[in-house]
Write a protein that binds this ligand. Structure first.
Ligand code: ATP
Ligand code: MG
Length: 377
C-alpha cells in the first residue's frame, strides 16, 4: 500500500482511510496471467483530481498511475448546447460506439486492459494482446489507448455492429499519469500508422453548423447507431455527447425487459432525452411515440411471457478464450464484480475455447413470478 501513498502524494494514514471507506480497492486477482503485476489498486470514486476508475499499479518496472476515463457530459438540446460549450472553435463529430470502455496500457513487459471502474479484466486483456500492436508502446510507453470494445464476444454489452469476436475502436490517446489527450489529428495519424482501428470521424465543423450536425445524427439513427461525441479538435475542452433515438429506445427496451434490475432514473433520463429530441427535430410525433411505446412495452411483455412459461429472464453471452486458465480466471473476475454468470456450454473451436454463459435477471424474474401468482405490486 505504500506505493499508493507515494503515487498519489498522500500520507499513509489518508491512504488507509481511503481503503477503510471502500474508495480504494484491489484492481485485480493475483494470477500468473497477470505476471507483471505485483499489486494494483483502483479508486471506486472520484478523489481529488483522480477520476473514478484510476488505477495505481506496481510492477517489476516501477509504479504507474493510470487515470480513470473522464465522464463525458451530455447535452439534450444541440442548438444552444454546442455553441455554449464550444463557442466558435472547430469541432470533430466522432461516432459514439456502444460497447464498453477499455484503457489499454503497457505494464511491465505486457499489454493490460482496464475496464471503466478500474479493474484489470483478464478476458479483455487477452483480446487486447491479440489485437493491439506492441510497437505503439515502444513509441509511447507512458500513454494509454482509450478504446470502445465491441463485438458479439463481449462479456458486458451485446453486439450492435455485426462484429464477430471482439474489436477495439480507439477514441482517445491519453498520457496515463496526467490524463492529457492528444489532439484529434495526432490520434488519427498514429492510429493509421499502427493500424489501430478508430471510431469514425463523421464531420469536422464549427459548433453553429446545427443543420449539418442534425443531418449526421439523422443518418446515424437510420443506420441504427448510438450517437455522437463532440470534441474540440485540439482536445483542450472537455467533449460532449448526444445520442440517437435508436439508442435511447434501445436502452429503454433493455431496461424494461429487466425492469427490476434497472433504476427508475435510468428510464426517466432516456424518456426526457426523447422529448427534447422530438422538440428540437420537429419530426413526426406519432412515429416517435410509437417507437418509444413499443420499445417499452414489447420487451416488458416478452419478459412476462417468458416467466409465464416457467422460464427465467436471462441474457446469453458467448465468449472466446485461448486457454482454460484464462476462462477460469475470468469466472472469478465476474464473481468479484458481483455478476452471477452460469456457464452453460464449453467446447473447443480450433485452438480456442468457446464458452456460453447465462446471466439470470433474478430480481425481474422473481417480481414477475410473484405478480403472475396474483400478489399485489
Ligand atoms: P460517462 O461517465 O462517460 O458519461 P457512461 O457510462 O454514462 O459514461 P456513455 O453514455 O456510454 O457512458 O458515454 C461515454 C462513453 O462512451 C465513454 O466512456 C466511452 O466508453 C464511450 N465512447 C464511445 N465512442 C466514443 C468516442 N468516440 N469518444 C469518447 N467516448 C466514446
Ligand atoms: Mg456506452
Amino acid at each position: 500500500m505504500n506505493f499508493v501513498s507515494e503515487a498519489l502524494n498522500l500520507s499513509k494514514f489518508s491512504t488507509e482511510r481511503l481503503e477503510e471507506r471502500g474508495i480504494l480497492k484491489r484492481a485485480f486477482l493475483k494470477h500468473p496471467f497477470f505476471s507483471d503485476i505485483i499489486d494494483a489498486f483502483r479508486l471506486e470514486k472520484k478523489f481529488g483530481i483522480f477520476e473514478e476508475g484510476t488505477v495505481i499499479v506496481k510492477s517489476k518496472h516501477g509504479v504507474k498511475v493510470l487515470r480513470g476515463f473522464p465522464k463525458i457530459r451530455r447535452i439534450l438540446y444541440l442548438e444552444s448546447g454546442l455553441k455554449k460549450h464550444f463557442g466558435d472553435k472547430r469541432i470533430a463529430l466522432e461516432e459514439k460506439m456502444n460497447g464498453y470502455n477499455v484503457r489499454i496500457a503497457k505494464i511491465g513487459e505486457e499489454i493490460y486492459a482496464i475496464t471503466r471502474r478500474g479493474l484489470i479484466c483478464p478476458y479483455t486483456t487477452e483480446m487486447a494482446r491479440e489485437k493491439i500492436p506492441m510497437d505503439f508502446f515502444k513509441e509511447f510507453p507512458e500513454h494509454m489507448l482509450c478504446c470502445e470494445a465491441v463485438g458479439n464476444a463481449s462479456p458486458y454489452v451485446p453486439d450492435y455492429y455485426g462484429i464477430d469476436g471482439l474489436d477495439f475502436y480507439l477514441f482517445d490517446i491519453r498520457e496515463c499519469r496526467s490524463n492529457r489527450p492528444l489532439s484529434i489529428h495526432e490520434k488519427k495519424e498514429i492510429a493509421e500508422r499502427y493500424g489501430i482501428k478508430m471510431v469514425e470521424i463523421l464531420l469536422e465543423t464549427s459548433a453553429n453548423d446545427t443543420e449539418s450536425i442534425k443531418k449526421v445524427l439523422e443518418d446515424l439513427n437510420e443506420r441504427g447507431r448510438e450517437g455522437i461525441v463532440f470534441k474540440e479538435i485540439q482536445m483542450l475542452l472537455p467533449p460532449l455527447k448526444y445520442t440517437t433515438s435508436f439508442s435511447n429506445c434501445g436502452d429503454l427496451s433493455y431496461a424494461f425487459r429487466n425492469f427490476e434490475e434497472y433504476g427508475r432514473d435510468f428510464m426517466l433520463a432516456r424518456i426526457i432525452r426523447e422529448a427534447f429530441q422530438g422538440f428540437e427535430f420537429r419530426d413526426s410525433l406519432d412515429e416517435r411515440a410509437y417507437r418509444l411505446g413499443k420499445a417499452i412495452l414489447s420487451s416488458a411483455i416478452e419478459s412476462i411471457s417468458r416467466v409465464s412459461e416457467g422460464k427465467e429472464v436471462t441474457e446469453e453471452v458467448r465468449l472466446i478464450f485461448s486457454s482454460e486458465e484464462v476462462l477460469e480466471l475470468f469466472k472469478m473476475h465476474m464473481k468479484l464484480l458481483g455478476i452471477t454468470l452460469r456457464e452453460t456450454d464449453r467446447r473447443k473451436k480450433g485452438d480456442k475455447i468457446e464458452a456460453r454463459f447465462e446471466r439470470v435477471m433474478r430480481a425481474t424474474t422473481d417480481k414477475i413470478k410473484s405478480l403472475l401468482e396474483g400478489n399485489p405490486w
